[in-house]
Design a protein around this ligand. Structure first.
Ligand SMILES: Cc1cc2nc3c(=O)[nH]c(=O)nc-3n(C[C@H](O)[C@H](O)[C@H](O)COP(=O)(O)OP(=O)(O)OC[C@H]3O[C@@H](n4cnc5c(N)ncnc54)[C@H](O)[C@@H]3O)c2cc1C
Length: 616
């Protein structure tokens, strides 16, 4: 039963993630507006700040929603054939567990949104919001289109220090293959040939700059901001019906199961992400009537597209032994400090109390790990200062979507551990490698090249498994449903192999092909892979790039001002409103959506922001 501690606010924001944290921080610049931010998770744990520790936050129920999904025409080689769908569950949301690549998307992506009816979302409209949030730190290691950037905003954007040689070599190889070096966040992305660069990352002084650290943390002390953590929102409450359907508040439960309500006098803003936002609309009775009634949810507003048009990116890891080029996992573990070297996986005792009698070699290892950890903590430099996903190229395959770059190739400077492959990636190293003990040996220096088509045409969906708010929704990713996506994947993989062919110096080793697929396609080590083999590799082992979007897209579910169609006082602002996924990583665009949403909300309710950058 609801308790008696119910409270009323002007504006309630559901979800303190990439977009929601920005909205809460911006709106409460006006002391007269009372905002409640409800977040299912808590504050981020200390390791969230360390970029290289990124994978430790996944599959941890306190920081990750831990969804999995039907992978459609992909995922054949993954555990249970299902794709992992991690989503951040903490203040900062998925910006707290992502790989920190700072990528805005191609200018043509936003112009296409506007051409499709999303008035006010063309590139010239959204650029001021990207700039408003950004605080880029100068770097001589990348090309920067200064007029497209801002050094004064709260979001840390930087290039890791020192640059890892392998990442620099990737950029050189791309240039040698005909992809010029430049600013992929610049106003001009260089035509079909594209652009390559070290990644700009959402880090500040070598530490993660999530939207919690950049926006919310500095605002937490404001009297007009109430942040309610560990508040799992169950549904949005409405008054009236038909044309008068009005959002009035939300119902949530806390860890002990107690149900509470909070009411909003002005509006409810749904920023629960591309999975969470459609899930909550559906649980609240806003969605396709037939689907809702099938699971016993009363439909208050029949809105057929809620949860539909799900887009995501998929990349296929091309794995290369790279002696003298790649970073070994031993090096990574040492840089993370002594705790990363403890038993059972590492050589140090499980219990630090047993360190007293360490032999000299292990005592030296421990001292070096302590030195590197302190170096990172105090100067922000060293291996821990990036996710090790460190360089990228964008280009056009020529297969369509000429308004933008339809292909991205990411670059990972290490090969990860067997445990990460098995648990996080849901891939069995014993199946992928002929000799996993060699390929993923702690001292093995390897790199992974990640061809990633970024204008997929296949669409998935999010639907209700049941009316119970704690049951995960059903996620169908439907990868490769459209044959165009297969063709672009193969073309992107071929271009990635051309980049590898142009590697400087001694180059990389021979690409490792899973033995079963090699046998099926008559492939011998060192052969040029056939299109059929590349397709099979993608269908078995391509992985999500974690860029779910468009499940409450502008035009179908919300209008261009992000108001939910057919309702009053209810907006959605997060990855779900993207009319289609941007041609790149999605966090920066979600932050931009948060910035623009804050100005839209402020304009509707006479909230005074410190700065208005939107074009009126
Ligand atoms: C592993 C991983 C790596 C990634 N790497 C990159 C990268 O390198 N670069 C990049 O640009 N993008 C990356 N992304 C994608 C990017 O981070 C996301 O697109 C973006 O953060 C989504 O922002 P959002 O505001 O839509 O949702 P989120 O940031 O997910 O915020 C939603 C918030 O709502 C909360 N919430 C959900 N449901 C409820 C509920 N019922 N009650 C209360 N609270 C709720 C969640 O806990 C969460 O805090 C990555 C994503 C993942 C998972």
């Amino acid at each position: 039963m609801p308790d008696q501690l119910d409270r009323s606010f002007d504006i309630i924001i559901i979800g303190g993630g990439s977009a929601g944290a920005v909205i809460a921080a911006r709106l409460t610049e006006d002391p007269a507006v009372r905002v409640a931010l409800l977040e299912a998770g808590g504050p981020p744990p200390p390791e969230e700040l360390m970029p290289a520790a990124v994978s430790s936050l996944q599959l941890n129920p306190t920081t990750d929603w831990m969804y999995t999904a039907d992978a459609g025409g992909a995922g054949r080689g993954l555990t249970d054939g299902r794709m992992m769908v991690p989503r951040g569950k903490m203040l900062g949301g998925t910006s707290g567990l992502n790989y920190m690549a700072y990528v805005r998307g191609h200018p043509g992506d936003f112009d296409a949104w506007a051409d499709g009816g999303a008035t006010g979302w063309a590139y010239d409209d959204v650029l001021p919001y990207f700039k408003k949030s950004e605080g880029i730190q100068p770097s001589g290691d990348i090309v920067v289109d200064a007029d497209a950037h801002n050094t004064e905003g709260p979001l840390g954007v930087s290039v890791r220090t020192p640059v890892i040689g392998a990442a620099q070599q990737f950029v050189s190889a791309a240039a040698a293959a005909g992809i010029p070096t430049g600013d992929y966040n610049g106003r001009d992305r260089g035509g079909p040939d594209g652009v390559a660069s070290l990644f700009q990352t959402t880090t500040k002084d070598g530490k993660r700059s999530s939207t919690f650290h950049a926006f919310l943390e500095p605002a937490m002390g404001r009297d007009n901001l109430t942040v309610i953590t560990h508040a799992h929102v169950r549904r949005i409450l409405f008054d009236g019906g038909g044309d008068g359907l009005t959002a009035t508040g939300v119902e949530y439960h806390t860890a002990d199961g107690t149900i509470h309500t909070v009411t909003a006098t002005k509006e409810v803003v749904l920023s629960a992400g591309a999975i969470g936002s459609p899930h909550l609309l559906l649980l609240s009775g806003v969605g396709p009537r037939d689907e809702l009634s099938a699971v016993g949810v009363d439909c208050v507003h029949d809105l057929p597209d809620v949860g539909k048009h799900l887009k995501d990116h998929l990349h296929t890891g091309l794995f290369f032994p790279a002696p003298g080029v790649g970073v070994s996992m031993t090096e990574v573990a040492i840089s993370l400090g002594p705790d990363a070297l403890r038993a059972p996986a590492g050589p140090l005792p499980a219990d630090p109390a047993d360190d007293a009698d360490l032999p000299p070699e292990l005592a030296g290892l421990k001292a070096e790990a302590e030195r590197q950890l302190i170096e990172w903590a105090t100067t922000g430099t060293g291996l821990p200062s990036s996710s090790l996903y460190d360089a990228v190229a964008f280009f056009n395959t020529g297969l369509g979507d000429e308004h933008t770059h339809d292909a991205q190739v990411g670059f990972l400077v290490c090969g990860y551990t067997p445990e990460i492959w098995r648990v996080i990636f849901r891939m069995d190293p014993d199946e992928f490698f002929e000799d996993p003990a060699v390929a993923l040996a702690p001292d093995a220096e390897v790199v992974v090249v990640l061809p990633n088509p970024v204008q997929p045409r296949s669409e998935g969906e999010v639907t209700l498994a049941s009316a119970e708010p704690t049951d995960a929704p059903v996620i169908r990713l439907n990868y490769f449903d459209d044959p165009h996506d297969v063709a672009v994947m193969i073309a992107t993989m071929r271009r990635a192999l051309e980049i590898v062919d142009h590697w400087p110096g001694a180059g990389l080793g021979t690409m490792l092909v899973p033995p079963t697929l090699a046998a099926t396609h008559g492939h011998r080590s060192g052969d040029v892979p056939s299109d059929e083999l590349l397709e099979d590799l993608a269908r078995h082992y391509a992985l999500t790039v974690y860029h779910e979007t468009s499940t409450c897209r502008i035009g179908s579910v919300v209008d261009a001002d992000l108001r939910v169609r057919g309702t009053a006082n209810l907006r959605v602002a997060d990855a779900s409103v993207m009319p289609s996924v941007v041609s790149g990583n999605t966090n920066a665009a979600c932050i931009m959506i948060g910035e623009k949403a804050a100005e839209l909300i402020a304009a509707d309710h006479d909230v005074t922001l410190h700065e208005i950058v939107g074009r009126s």
